[in-house]
Ligand binder design. Structure first.
Ligand code: BTN
Length: 318
């Protein structure tokens, strides 16, 4: 069934009409079997299929499926049609002893995870949902600033497609036009002091046009640039940039990426408000240190803040 669905999507991906006869011939099934599969695609996966008498079927939105053969990556990538969460899937495989590095990508997630217990909205075929599993042998030093480096790789990958204006919000939000474009969620298994594995989860809003369930200002590459982006190209670029930045981080630590990261920091020098679980701190963002911690000037004194449990907002953000 999964393979049939993939074949169907490939044919329909061009956004043009295809007759039931043509689709049936490609799948080697009857026209009514085609109709059933298309219904399933709508019901199960939320893909909107239009059907017009005498012309056939077409997708309401263009959709280029992720095709492993079109993706260049320095590690094996498995593409799943549907999964609870690519992070959860990679964690399961790491715990089962999978050899690293490897990546899992999905066309949709039914329980996509965001930071701080939030959900990550993951409609079918619209965006990129990707998790890379790696092993870390260098101890805490090799984990320091890791998520920031991943953010940098995401920015570089998007830039390499010719899309500008993408920046970072400490610690690892990727923004475009002041709205959230992409997010990163790292999950760890093993002993961080010794040998551990990390699931590096990356969600990029690519072609998504509407979503009710997102509780913060968001955008997608398509919403901001007006272009439909081929996720295969983006995934290749992302894999390349990840490898480059992770290798540098492994060899030289976060310090080697500090200046480059700061050059994309959108709120450098701005008045900001940092909310932790217990309090809110208002100050001026001076930058980050060589460990990736946020440097804040509060009442003329510099303080540093680390950890993923913090959020940063413009203090004049109303
Ligand atoms: C955030 O809240 O900013 C982090 C979002 C991370 C979402 C990605 S999508 C792929 C991977 N799988 C998940 O369940 N979450 C991450």
């Amino acid at each position: 069934m999964g393979h049939d669905m993939q074949t169907l999507l490939k044919l329909l991906g061009d956004g043009r009409f295809h007759s039931g006869e043509e689709l049936g011939a490609a799948l080697q099934v009857s026209r009514s079997a085609v109709w059933k599969r298309l219904q399933n695609l709508e019901r199960e996966y939320g893909v909107v299929v239009q059907s017009v008498r005498g012309r056939g079927y077409r997708l309401a939105e263009p959709l280029i499926p992720i095709d492993p053969q079109q993706v260049q990556a320095p590690w094996p990538i498995e593409v799943q049609f549907s999964v609870d969460s690519t992070n959860a899937e990679v964690m399961r495989r790491l715990d089962a002893g999978a050899s690293t590095p490897f990546a899992v990508v999905a066309e949709r997630q039914t329980a996509g995870r965001g930071r701080r217990g939030r959900a990550w909205v993951s409609p079918f075929g619209a965006n990129l949902y990707c998790t890379l599993g790696i092993s870390v042998r260098g101890g805490p030093k090799e984990l320091e600033g890791l998520s920031l480096v991943v953010g940098l790789a995401v920015v570089r990958a998007i830039q390499s497609l010719g899309i500008g204006g993408v920046g970072l919000k400490w610690p690892n939000d990727i923004l475009l036009d002041g709205r959230k474009l992409a997010g990163i969620l790292l999950e760890l298994t093993g002993d961080p002091a010794d040998l551990c594995s990390v699931a590096i989860g990356i969600g990029i809003n690519v072609n998504m046009r509407a979503a009710d369930a997102i509780d913060q200002p968001w955008t997608s590459l398509r919403a901001s640039s007006g272009m439909v982006v081929d996720r295969n190209l983006l995934l290749s670029a992302l894999s390349r940039e990840l490898e480059r930045h992770l290798a540098r981080h492994r060899a030289q630590g976060f310090a080697a990426s500090q200046a480059e990261w700061e050059s994309f920091h959108l709120w450098q020098g701005r008045e900001v408000c940092l909310s932790t679980a217990s309090k809110q701190i208002v100050g001026r963002a001076l930058g980050i240190d060589e460990q990736g911690a946020l440097r804040l000037e509060v009442d003329g004194v510099e303080s540093r803040f680390s950890g993923g449990e913090l959020s940063l907002r413009l203090s004049d953000d109303s």
